[in-house]
Design a protein around this ligand. Sequence first.
Ligand code: B3K
Ligand code: ZN
Length: 863
Amino acid sequence: MSQIASPKTHYLKDYQPPAYLIDRVELSFRLDEQSTQVHSVLHLRRNPQGPGGPLRLDGEGLNTLELRLDGRPLVPGEYGMEDGQLSIEQVPQRCRLESRVEINPAANTALEGLYLSSGLFCTQCEAEGFRRISWFIDRPDVMACYRVRIEAERQRYPVLLSNGNPIEQGELAGGRHYAVWDDPFPKPCYLFALVAGDLSHIEASHQTPSGRRVRLRIYSEAENIARCQHAMDSLIKAMLWDERTYGRECDLDVYNIVAVNDFNMGAMENKGLNIFNAKFVLASPESATDADFQAVEGVIAHEYFHNWSGNRVTCRDWFQLSLKEGFTVFRDQEFSADMNSRGVKRIEDVRLLRTHQFAEDAGPMAHPVRPESYVEINNFYTLTVYEKGAELVRMQALLLGPERFRQATDLYFQRHDGQAVTIDDFVACMAEVSGRDLGQFKRWYAQAGTPEVRVEAAYEPQARRYRLRLSQDRQPPLHIPLVLGLLGPEGEELLAEGSRLLELTEASQEFVFEQIARPPLISLNRGFSAPVKIRLDYSDEQLGRLMAQDSDGFNRWDAAQTLSQRLLLGLVAEAAAGRQGAIPAAFIQGLADNLADQATDPALLAETLSLPSEGYLAEQMECVDVDGIHQARERLRQHIGSQLHGPLLALYERCGGSAGADLSPQAMGRRQLRNLTLGYLMASQTPEALALCLRQFEQADNMTERLAALALLAASDAPQRSEALEQFQRHWQGDALVMDKWFGVQASASRPETLQQVRRLMRHPAFSLRNPNRVRALISTFCNANPVCFHAADGSGYAFCREQVLALDGLNPQVAARLVRALVRWRRYPEPRRGLMQRQLQQILAQPGLSGDVHELVSKGLG
Ligand code: B3K
Ligand code: ZN
């Protein structure tokens, strides 16, 4: 009898409510590294809305020691155990099902269910990890109240945590002790959590507007406790923001966060007991970059916001994942925008979306925000579900306007509190409050792919009329909200209201503007109001005007990006034809003007002065010329570095001098700008630039500047390169998170010996294939952030990827499945790369015993 579910496709259209519901669960853990016993009592009742049929429970890898129904032991023949399910035919309307199982946390390298991380017991249950802990109806629409007793050896596991409130604790014989936790809120089992270990904590307290005092604790290993304060500050900011912005307050007496070293993703929003990848908790200026600080703030907030958008109101089934993830990402994006620079945050979010989500939407794994089918749900925690899902919420917020949107979210939280619901329920609240028909809008949730909007315009001087025709390529057409401005010759807004919201709902639609005195320059999709590609042929001169004059900061940045992109892709095409394309003086002058700009927010200026990444440029090519892109971009960087040496140096010096501990947006912006100018200077390859870089590496009082200098050195051929890497290693070898940065800068260097070096580093004592952060820092960085080496024409990068995917698949299928994505877009590359990538995928597929996770991605990739 097998407990391993064979891979099968699940369809949204097949949804059926559960046959049984579980009202209450009593769990009791006897923790032991190799042999933990889990005793569970499920208080079940037949679901009046259910389809009938036997009671079916999910379980995976459980050694079942005992099963009892209403106190009576079940004997073989009374139940079946097949394909990861326990089924019992004869079950009363209400009953008590007891099970006792044995599991082996030390052998759990998949990091799903109950596992050990650096001597700490911890859990990860989303999406379907609870079935690796105990027999259960493991689906989000079964919500129960939990009482959890944890028993462990006192010495090694002094801290015992679970969801909810601590209600009892005590000593036991043999050096053991126990704690009992009670969570008053019904929850799906994916939100269950348990932690046991030797942990320190910091504590704070927060009073909600209704007067509840919430005790906040962040737990970590003792040596890291000094790095937890930023996470605590972020948590309190997030609580205040959610009270103010959504009227949502914390419903708990105790809110705990635990940092663990081995974690498959960023963090997990378990009710009252968030478990975090240490990378998103720990931060100090010496050891973390500004980007790390911001990531901690964002992820802490994201998980806290889930307490309402995800926990109080949860998903009916996993097809609705974006209900909680898209909405919560939107909430965390807006939070970060309010805490930092709104304009910069929008640019970062759109860059991520356009570089990676658009790519996903154009590849073999393209799926709608609400997928219709999946084999392994863990493969659908994607940029589409998260980031595009957030854009869909953003568009609804735009269509409703801020007040109505707030009323609609109030209605959603109130109407569905304590329920497991669907995306339709969310949109219905938006529609009801606004009185708008959002039926057409909902197509966004069901269609994969990035829409394109074509723009044609005509100006009639006599009639002072401007006609704009917008056409979309989607069938049936989507409801696309596009914010538009019309600029006059001096950059003035020609529309009285400045910006206007156009709603494109037809395949092709004309918008007419009267009383337009002069031929306007159009600024479309301001603020990136819709996640689409705009097809509009601007001249370079028009882009220059938008860049200088548009009142919309996002479109100013976007015009600059389009100009650089056009230039770079032009250089790639010229080089492919054996010519050296020219770099126009006007382009360099435009940059020089920006370098001299002392008025603009430094972080925004840094964004404007940055060239599009190699990955983004690759996205713009039908058939990707990896080396051509790299060479063109390096040539341009070098040209900028030497042509603008003086102004770059001046700006570099101007941006110096803020203390590393100053984490204000201003100070962070200055560091970002300083690192960017250093990069251009280093590209010029002058001894002066190298001296600056070495000075910054040695003297920086913060990781943001030290690491940027190290990355530049690591990518260079400077004789000081190895000494710098060596020195960094000596200093940080005991600090895993910082060592990840050290692995990363080496893995991303586009140098001929990088692959060899990556292989060597895999034998470094600080590296382990079992730790997802290490794998991401070294192997994923090489495969995803080093296009030149990964796509080496001899196929060595691809073969390396295949080897690592297979090695990881036996340990941790989720991590293996993330990695294999580097190969699935093989059709976009010219021969020989295309064939070489395809062959690696075929070899992976031929491997016996492949996980469902990797199998699904590879077969879709090849299919
Ligand atoms: N909800 C978790 C992600 C779980 C991933 C499971 N494979 C973190 C988050 O989005 O907040
Ligand atoms: Zn989330």
